[in-house]
Structures are given as structure tokens and as C-alpha cells.
Design a protein around this ligand. Structure first.
Ligand code: MEV
Length: 439
């Protein structure tokens, strides 16, 4: 296929036709599939089209809920968007387990967002520091204030600005380090606008203050940092050890607590396990982040960096067994918003936030962290007792049956049959073959 020029200028149907003709060799089924996922209301479809570029259709994911999430004394129905069959069921199981044991607790540890202007300057570091100190008030009053006035009315704004000398790491490298409070907004556009204005103004100040090569400060880039270790939330569950008793564990509560705590410790000392452990946490977190129209890539990137803060990648949860009490907690950075962006534009994200009672960003941080904790609790509980496959494959049964185009009658029979039998792709295929041979 030859490269195409001006693809983005084509209208949607022309784009689809291009794809059908050049990639699918004229096979109209591809077009049929794409059109079948268009929204039947053109106005709604237009909203989805405009979220992105070169849009051809919509990609559906299941939108489910976890009821009975008891957090800080309040019961939530938590929306989750995820394709992995066992995730919602696991979160629901963990929520029900803790519903009878005091529920989940959570607390916001901080809401500071960060941005950096990265710069190169050839002169003497003390001279740049002096200029920055002398001009800081002017920079704030003349350049930053007009941009932050609305955010300040809501209680936010630029909360700290400093020049950082990084010349020991890269010749001539400095940063203007900025901290922000963005209230209920994730704040990316606000932060980036302020940073670019600061960068341009400081460059101009340097041009006027110095002569020769020192008058040229290069702005390498101005951008928020997705690493927000001080925009963080802690979620936890706790109960007397004997309250962990559950016949499904197949062991006493003390043994369960110790085995569970050991599994958490293994994720602290082994990076292979830590990665899977944290993946499970993000199964829950990403699903709520997606449902509420937030940026799951930013939240994941930050969490994985945070998981490496002690110099080695580690599990994000901790478990304590002390004085007859069991405590399991998740301490995690979480920069998100409940206003702006997709949160109001995407009808289902809007509905998700309505479902949660229109939470503030702080409240949503706690809800999301709780879902991550619930997910990790459910995974470790299964892993340290029955093993993960029983529950996982039970949920996956429907996907396997769909792959074999099972009829409704076959699905009912297979569900009943696999109540007792071990589920695998092979065993489901064999069962269906046998069932179909008999008929
Ligand atoms: C599967 O998506 C997630 C788990 O592997 C997480 C874990 O092992 O802790 C079950």
C-alpha cells in the first residue's frame, strides 16, 4: 500500500472507504462492522467523533458497576469500564467481604500537581539564580496572575515556584519547578498554559538582563509532570484477625492473615511478582478512571514511578498484623478531575459521576483508590486460598462459549456442567463437541 496524503481531510465515510479499498481489498464486511457500531443518534456520534482524530467508529467496552462499596461510612455504586471478565466480580466480592467488617477507609494525603520549564543557559548559575529571585514577583504578578485568577477564585493556583540548578546532570540545564493546586480539575491545560507563559517571560527577562551568549536562554520544553507523589491518597481496611474467618478460605483466620501478609511482602521483594501485583491494583483503578472520563495512562505512569521510589519496583500495598488486628492498605498517587475534559462531554462518564453523587476530585481519589485496594484484596485472597483460576475461568466461560458460537441452550447446559468441572478452553471445546455430536 502506498502512503496517503491528506487522510485527515477526508470525511468519515471516505476514510472508511479508503480503508476498505486499500487495506481490506474491497471487502465490504469491514465497512459493515464499522458502521454497525455507529451511534444511532447522529448528534451523539458527533460528540464521540470529536474526542479524537481520524475516527471511523466506536469501540465498545462493558460498563458495569460494583454495588455495596462501603467507604468512609457511605455506600457507593462504583462504575467500572473493563473488558477483563473477573475484575468487576472480584471487586464486588471484596466489597461484600468488607461490608460486614467495617467497610473501606480512605484519606487524601495531598493534592499538589507539578510542572517544569526545562531550560539551557550557558552562564554562571549564581547569576541566573539572582535574576530569578529579583524577577520572581514581577513574573508572578504580570505573567502568572492573569492566567491563574479564575483558578484562585476556586481556591487553587500556582502554590510554589523555584529555580532548580541541574547543571551537575547536564551542562547548562535548569528547571523552573512549579507546584499547583487545581481543585476539581485534573488541570493539565491550566498547568501547561501557565508553564509556557513563565518560560517565555523568563527567557525575555534573561535577554534583557545579560549580554552576549548569556542573553540566550533556551526553553527546551514546558510541561506538567505526571509524577505527582504529593497528590496522593491512602485507602485501607482493618479488622480483628478473628473476623477474617471465612469457610471459603479453607484455613483459620490467623493462618489466612499470615499467608496474605506474606504474599504482600513477596510483592515488595520480587519485581516479577510486584508487577503482577500492581497490575491487579490497576485493574480496579483503570476501570473507574475510564468510567469517569479520566486519564488512566497518566495515573498508571505515576503509580509505577511511585512504586520504584525506594530504588526498586515494589508492590503498592502493605499489610500489617499487630496486636490481634489485620490492616491492609494502599498508598498511591492519583491525579484526576471531576470537572472539565471528558468528565462532562462523555455521556457515560457524566452518568458515572452522577452515580457517585457528583464527587469532588478528593472524594473520587478515595473511591478510585478503594477500588484498587478491593481488587488487590480479592486477587490475593483467591491466590492464597483457592487459587485464581477457578473464579477467573468461571467468568471466562462465557467468552469461550461465544468463541464457539454456542446457542442459548448450550450456554445454559455448559454453565450447569462447569459448576463442578474444571474450565479450560480445551474442556469447553470437548464438552460442546460432545453435546453437538449427541444432538
Ligand atoms: C489478573 O488480571 C490480575 C492478577 O494476576 C493480579 C495478581 O496476581 O495479584 C490476578
Amino acid at each position: 500500500m502506498k502512503p496517503i496524503k491528506g487522510f485527515s481531510k477526508l470525511n468519515k465515510e471516505e476514510k472508511i472507504d479508503f480503508l476498505v479499498n486499500h487495506v481490506f481489498k474491497g471487502d465490504k464486511n469491514a465497512k459493515k462492522t464499522l458502521l454497525s457500531f455507529w451511534h444511532n443518534n447522529p448528534d451523539s456520534q458527533k460528540i464521540f467523533d470529536e474526542f479524537s482524530e481520524n475516527t471511523l467508529s466506536n469501540y465498545y467496552f462493558p460498563y458495569g458497576i460494583v454495588p455495596n462499596v462501603h467507604l468512609n461510612g457511605k455506600i457507593y455504586c462504583v462504575p467500572m469500564v473493563i473488558e477483563e471478565s473477573s475484575v468487576v466480580a472480584a471487586a464486588a466480592k471484596a466489597s461484600n467481604f468488607w461490608l460486614k467488617r467495617g467497610g473501606f477507609h480512605a484519606e487524601v494525603q495531598g493534592t499538589t500537581k507539578v510542572g517544569q520549564v526545562h531550560m539551557i543557559w550557558p552562564g554562571n548559575p549564581e547569576d541566573l539564580q539572582k535574576l530569578f529571585n529579583d524577577k520572581k514577583v514581577e513574573l508572578l504578578n504580570q505573567m502568572v496572575a492573569p492566567l491563574t485568577v479564575n483558578m484562585e477564585k476556586r481556591g487553587g493556583g500556582l502554590t510554589n515556584i523555584e529555580l532548580r540548578d541541574k547543571t551537575d546532570l547536564e551542562p547548562g540545564y535548569y528547571q523552573i519547578w512549579c507546584e499547583f493546586e487545581t481543585c476539581d480539575a485534573m488541570g493539565a491545560n491550566f498547568i501547561n498554559t501557565v508553564l509556557e507563559a513563565i518560560g517565555h517571560s523568563f527567557k525575555e527577562m534573561v535577554r534583557k538582563a545579560f549580554n552576549g551568549p548569556d542573553s540566550d536562554l533556551q526553553i527546551v520544553m514546558a510541561i506538567l509532570s505526571n509524577f505527582t507523589p504529593n497528590c496522593r491518597v491512602k485507602a485501607w481496611v482493618e479488622c480483628p484477625i478473628e473476623d477474617l474467618n471465612d469457610p471459603a478460605h479453607g484455613m483459620g483466620p490467623q493462618e489466612f492473615a499470615e499467608k496474605f501478609a506474606r504474599a504482600v511482602r513477596i510483592a515488595k521483594i520480587d519485581i516479577s511478582r510486584a508487577t503482577t501485583h500492581n497490575k491487579g491494583i490497576y485493574n480496579g483503578i483503570d476501570a473507574v478512571i475510564l468510567a469517569t472520563g479520566n486519564d488512566f495512562r497518566a495515573i498508571e505512569a505515576c503509580g509505577h514511578t511511585y512504586a520504584s521510589r525506594h530504588g526498586r519496583y515494589q508492590g503498592l500495598t502493605d499489610c500489617f498484623i499487630e496486636n490481634g488486628m489485620f490492616r491492609f492498605e494502599l498508598d498511591i498517587p492519583m491525579s484526576l478531575g471531576t470537572v472539565g475534559g471528558l468528565t462532562t462531554l462523555h455521556p457515560l462518564a457524566k452518568l458515572a459521576l452522577d452515580m457517585l453523587g457528583r464527587p469532588s476530585a478528593r472524594e473520587l481519589m478515595m473511591i478510585v483508590a478503594t477500588t484498587g485496594l478491593a481488587q488487590n484484596f480479592a486477587a490475593l485472597r483467591s491466590l492464597t486460598t483457592s487459587g485464581i483460576q477457578r473464579g477467573h475461568m468461571k467468568m471466562h466461560l462465557m467468552n469461550i462459549l461465544n468463541q464457539f458460537s454456542a446457542t442459548e441452550e448450550e450456554r445454559i447446559k455448559a454453565k450447569a456442567y462447569f459448576e463442578k468441572d474444571m474450565i479450560s478452553f480445551q474442556s469447553v471445546r470437548d464438552y460442546l463437541t460432545q453435546l453437538r455430536d449427541v444432538q
